[in-house]
Design a protein around this ligand. Structure first.
Ligand SMILES: [Zn+2]
Length: 300
């Protein structure tokens, strides 16, 4: 199996456990939206039985390479396209409707991530019917973990003063999350071409943060941003540069180096920065749901 970004690799790992051979191709810490796979990835794709992508136009060069190199009978599973229909596509700051490409970040919404996991379980079960029961058991366990996470996020977000339930981020990855949990994405600084925002846009964002009295604005590990720091300094908001959308916390082998760990850590940071109490998230286990150690490879 070949996957693209690390949160997807982690979801596939949770369902496939020790019974699949899994390799991610998008290294952590790179911009997945502009990622061009090295020619060596073609060899990897040519051997795969199943290639799992987010889709929704996130990994077009990898998708093209997969189509050109995969063996006959191999399957491409596009999770985002299988999870929501066109009517549910969200367009916003960095993904304007005029470009025709929806915001592809479904996975920060754990309920949509569970849908990803269901699609993965179905694909693994038809590729490898002998282990279908195992994949089904892992999906059940993953589903329980997601329900627990969803409940904990709801409690944690409810402690954030309602007027602070606003997100201004550099990278525009919280649209579906915000919709699920009653938060508002008031802006994203990164333009749709992934260049830096114009000085006029920066001035507009400063005014917006001041007017909305947002206590904190968020950058990410992958996109450190001087611009966001300027906006914070000028508006009086705190600049928190540690959210992640596809760069998992810690390193391979750490329990938090997982999709569940990514969400746990993001919520701890987000809720406490916005004046809430993140203690509902304590005790949540972000580690693998299966027994044993998988051989999943996360490129660094
Ligand atoms: Zn992204």
């Amino acid at each position: 199996m070949v996957t693209t970004v690390s949160p997807i690799t982690s979801i596939v790992e949770n369902i496939g456990g020790t019974r699949i051979d899994l390799e991610g191709v998008v290294p952590e810490g790179v911009n997945s939206h502009t990622f061009e796979p090295a020619p060596s990835v073609a060899t990897l794709l040519s051997r795969a039985d199943l290639v799992v992508l987010n889709g929704l136009f996130l990994e077009e060069p990898t998708l093209e390479m997969a189509r050109a190199n995969m063996k006959s009978g191999a399957v491409i599973l596009s999770l985002g396209d299988g999870t929501i229909s066109r009517e549910d596509w969200m367009f916003d700051f960095s993904f304007p409707e005029s470009d025709g490409h929806p915001n592809p970040h479904l996975w920060p919404d754990p309920i949509l991530a569970l849908k990803y996991a269901e699609l993965v379980k179905d694909a693994l079960s038809s590729a490898d019917p002998e282990n279908a029961e195992y994949y089904g058991e892992n999906l059940d366990k993953f589903g329980q973990r997601i329900q627990e996470l969803d409940e904990k996020i709801r409690i944690a977000v409810s402690t954030v003063p309602p007027e602070n339930r606003k997100l201004l981020t550099y990278h525009d990855s919280w649209a579906y999350f915000a919709k699920r949990y009653g938060m508002e994405v008031v802006g994203a600084a990164q333009p749709s071409d992934f260049a830096e925002p114009s000085s006029r846009e920066v001035a507009r964002l400063i005014d917006q943060v001041r007017e909305a009295r947002i206590p904190a604005i968020f950058g990410s590990e992958v996109f450190p941003s001087d611009v966001l720091e300027t906006i914070a300094n000028e508006s009086g908001a705190e600049y928190v540069d540690q959210l992640r959308d596809d760069d998992l916390p810690g390193g391979p082998g750490d329990p938090r180096h997982s999709y569940l760990g990514l969400m746990l850590q993001n919520l701890e940071i987000m809720v406490s920065s916005l004046g809430g109490d993140a203690s509902a998230l304590e005790g949540f286990d972000p580690g693998p749901v299966f027994e044993g150690t998988s051989e999943a490879e996360y490129p660094q």
